[in-house]
Design a protein around this ligand. Structure first.
Ligand code: 13P
Ligand code: SF4
Length: 309
């Protein structure tokens, strides 16, 4: 594409022309967040996707999120900037292994984190996100065993919160497991006034030190309503863009990864770019498609989640 093209203006123009809505997750780069019609966490984005009447949903997030949008609103065209934008949690839970795991415990109820493929959703009893997981665990009768997949850190945190023992799939997020405990401890010594806030996908020692734990939206709201002046933010660094916009007078320190890399940026989320957003709107490609039978089976546990949310 012509390097002189004003991508921002073109995206705004094409959104109107295509009657498209741009849904973006907080882990997108700032420029994409600023152009979004709706910005949110996984649950809010699913709820928006379900109710939109736009002809096209352009989903700036990762594959499982766009798939969920298609499952909830199949008559819309759902396009993504990059089909390769996956998720380590979804990759670590292939459907054949998941099916075999479930078959070993036929009487158990399965709650699966939304970060999984449509195939795995279709084999699950309930879907959850980090913002409603506790409620969903508490909704399962006490005498039922729970299989929780795929994030072991979120699972362990839920066990602690609810006092409910679950059988945990051993998956994790490549971003949240690389935060450095050593560097966080040293940052806290340098900034004793700063509060540590974390996403529940972080590892246990970091969660144990955190003063607040929650989904991306919950973390953002906390920084707006709380009276601390500074925060160390242990989640993907994209959200800091919104935190700074919402509370410009506060200091936000990005959670430090171990090693000298930008590993606090999700390598999947960051495959998306303004150029790819523009191309997806221009060409209405790449699209999310799936067989109707799969879509309908995957919808059942998502609807159960939405009813409880
Ligand atoms: P949220 O549901 O909190 O937005 O989290 C999504 C995600 O992928 C976290 O890594
Ligand atoms: Fe998946 Fe982790 Fe990226 Fe979230 S941050 S999309 S859990 S790899």
């Amino acid at each position: 594409i012509d390097p002189r093209l004003d991508l921002e203006a073109e995206i705004v123009r094409l959104k109107k022309e295509r009657n498209a809505v741009l849904l973006a997750h907080y882990y997108q780069e700032g420029d994409i967040q600023d152009l979004a019609d709706f910005l949110g966490d996984s649950l809010q984005l699913a709820q928006q996707a379900k109710k939109t009447t736009a002809d096209v949903i352009l989903f700036a997030g990762v594959h499982f999120m766009a798939e969920t949008a298609k499952i909830l609103n199949p008559d819309r065209i759902v396009v993504v900037p990059d089909l390769e934008a996956g998720c380590s949690l979804a990759d670590g839970c292939p459907v054949d292994r998941f099916r075999a795991w479930r078959a070993k415990y036929p009487d158990a109820v399965s709650i699966t984190y939304i970060n999984c493929t449509a195939e795995v959703k279709a084999e699950s009893d309930y879907i959850c996100t980090s913002s409603n997981a506790e409620k969903i665990v508490r909704a399962i009768p006490e005498d039922k065993e729970i299989l929780f997949a795929p994030d072991k850190n979120l699972g362990r945190w839920l066990e602690q919160k609810t006092g409910r023992k679950m059988r945990l799939w051993q998956g994790s997020c490549v971003v949240h497991e690389t935060f450095s405990l050593r560097k966080i401890i040293s940052l806290r010594e340098q900034h004793p006034e700063a509060k540590l806030i974390a996403h529940p996908e972080c590892e246990e020692p970091i969660l144990a030190m955190a003063q607040f734990i929650g989904s991306t939206t919950a973390l953002l709201k906390y920084t707006q309503s709380d009276d601390a002046k500074a925060y160390i933010v242990a989640t993907e660094s994209g959200i800091v863009h919104q935190m700074r916009k919402a509370s410009p007078h506060k200091t936000f320190i990005e959670g430090p990864p171990e090693g000298n890399c930008a590993c606090n940026e999700c390598p999947f989320m960051r495959l998306n770019s303004m150029e790819k957003v523009y191309l997806a709107l221009r060409d209405l490609e790449p699209r999310i498609e799936m067989p109707a039978a799969l879509r309908e089976r995957a919808r059942v546990p998502i609807d159960r989640m939405l009813a409880l949310s």
